[in-house]
Design a protein around this ligand. Structure first.
Ligand SMILES: [Fe+2]
Length: 203
């Protein structure tokens, strides 16, 4: 059974860039629903015990959609922080491309920075599309589904992307992922239930 990882910060910790109302709905309703559906389908298909990453890489259709959305959202929570620090050069150089690509992406999806060898690129994926199925290592992601910003910004996706990039993006997480892409340390993996209970005990 996959768990809903707790948000790594309080619901109101990213205000004013992202409101407590948006984060609460996004985490407690949307992310939770993807995980519940994934668990139901994994059980029906006899895939219990597999990692979420393995389920995503080996399935299509409804199970892929829900499992990838569960993974993408956990990665998105880590991609933000209330303790914002300005991005360092490689990320700052991609700011305008990231915002432009995110703004023009048609419909629902995600905008990522991905490291492939020494190259950093901006990639968008549609719907539940995930960087896990893309070559390279995902560094950071912003959710482009309307549920991520509509309560706060209505249809102004650009304002959401700018506030996200300039006020909440977790560039230390991106740097950690970049080091992992070069073999230094572990890249993000979806938390196992025991990891979360250990985290809660030590908090
Ligand atoms: Fe979302």
């Amino acid at each position: 059974m996959f768990i809903l990882p707790p948000l790594p910060y309080a619901y109101d910790a990213l205000e004013p860039a992202i409101s407590a109302k948006t984060l609460k709905f996004h985490h407690d309703k949307h992310h939770k629903a993807y995980i519940e559906k994934t668990n139901k389908l994994v059980a029906e298909k006899g895939l219990t015990g597999r990692s979420l990453e393995s389920v995503i890489k080996s399935t299509t259709g409804e199970l892929f959609n829900n499992a990838a959305q569960a993974w993408n959202h956990a990665f998105y929570w880590e991609s933000m922080t209330p303790d914002f620090k300005k991005p360092t050069a490689p990320f700052a150089e991609l700011r305008d491309t990231f915002i432009k690509e995110g703004k023009k992406h048609f419909g629902s999806g995600w905008v990522w920075m991905i490291a492939t060898g020494d190259e950093l690129t901006v990639v968008t994926t549609h719907d539940a599309g995930t960087a896990l199925k893309h070559p390279g290592t995902a560094l950071i992601v912003c959710d482009l589904w309307e549920h991520a910003y509509y309560l706060d910004r209505q249809n102004d996706r650009k304002a959401y992307l700018e506030a996200w990039f300039d006020k909440t993006a977790n560039w230390r997480f991106a740097e950690k992922q970049l080091r992992a892409s070069k073999g230094e340390g572990e890249a993000f993996a979806y938390p196992a239930s025991e990891d979360v209970s250990a985290q809660r005990k030590s908090a």
